[in-house]
Design a protein around this ligand. Structure first.
Ligand SMILES: [Zn+2]
Length: 47
């Protein structure tokens, strides 16, 4: 389960279809979609 902030819902949602991705700068992030409005969400994996 990965939580991320949805800018459209303006609240935290549990990502659906969450997948680990590596960004261009080499940082890892979780990419998924909001289960409520289907907006794309990102969460940077800081630690
Ligand atoms: Zn949303």
């Amino acid at each position: 389960m990965t939580e991320a902030y949805c800018v459209k819902c303006k609240s935290k949602r549990t990502m659906s279809n969450a997948a680990k991705v590596t960004m261009k700068n080499g940082r890892k992030a979780m990419k998924g979609t909001c289960p409520t409005c289907s907006t794309g969400m990102y969460r940077i994996l800081g630690n």
